[in-house]
Design a protein around this ligand. Structure first.
Ligand code: PEP
Length: 251
């Protein structure tokens, strides 16, 4: 069994003070996560303070993005090594909002993914088709996955997040069956490229309008190993209910 992972992506929300206040509420609400893994991705400016607030808890820290280069003249960028240095275990790579608003290409995402792995982070690779591509999900996911992982030796060090673009922030999630079908496709492609054992070890999450009410439908499916949660991660009670909807894990 793969260890369930629930990730809260705070996007462009929370000052340092607000972030600490939410972490304190989350710690109380989540308590002992029962072997499930929980990670929080605050904005860069709050990472250091959140790391301090999470000290002594099993909750991990994640970056929302990283640059593909280790260092250099890239004003405004943050490297994977810097995220590792500030205490991150994970980094989100290829989120659809980065693809859409920051022009990130599959090739740029592949570089970020390698940079994250080289820095010792576990990348959370987001894949998903746009609304206009709903009839071509298989083709889009295969292209995004295979481009991003082309030079990766150990895909089990990567977490894959299926996030249909039309489901993000829309209040209209995919169905658990649709998400499970894409998780199966991801493992089929991983098995074809790296063998069934590697495919069996790689976690595939679902993201897109997950909330406390619908989380159980996704997290109860054996194909789906967790959730990437945006809006609903900004409320401690809701996010802890999503964590509780994942199965217990004994490692
Ligand atoms: C996300 O930002 O990755 C996401 C899934 O957002 P939401 O949960 O708000 O749809």
């Amino acid at each position: 069994m793969r260890r369930p992972l629930i990730v809260g992506n705070w996007k462009l929300h929370k000052t340092v003070g607000e972030a600490i206040a939410l972490i304190e509420k989350l710690k109380l609400a989540i308590g002992d996560p029962g072997g499930r893994e929980v990670a929080i991705a605050p904005p860069f400016t709050a990472l250091y303070a959140v790391r301090g607030a999470l000290c002594g808890t099993p909750i991990a820290l994640a970056g929302q993005d990283c640059h593909g280069e280790e260092k250099g003249a890239f004003t405004g960028a943050v490297s994977a090594g810097m995220l590792r240095d500030v205490g991150c275990r994970y980094v989100i790579v290829g989120h659809s909002e980065r693809r859409e608003h920051f022009g990130e290409t599959d090739a740029a995402i592949a570089r970020k993914l390698l940079a994250a792995l080289a820095a010792g982070l576990a990348p959370i690779l987001c894949l998903g088709e746009k609304s206009k591509d709903r009839g071509r999900t298989r083709e889009v996911i295969t292209r995004q996955l295979e481009t991003a992982l082309a030079s990766v030796e150990r895909p089990d060090r990567v977490v894959i997040a299926y996030e249909p673009v039309w489901a993000i922030g829309s209040g209209t999630p995919a169905t658990p069956a649709e998400a499970a079908t894409v998780a199966d496709l991801v493992r089929e492609r991983l098995a074809a490229g790296w063998g069934p054992e590697m495919a069996g070890r790689t976690r595939v999450l679902y993201g897109g309008s997950v909330n406390a009410t619908n989380a159980g439908g996704f997290l109860g499916r054996e194909e789906i190993d967790g959730a990437l949660v945006g809006g609903a991660s900004l409320d401690a009670t809701t996010f802890s209910a999503i964590v509780e909807a994942a199965p217990f894990f004994e490692g």
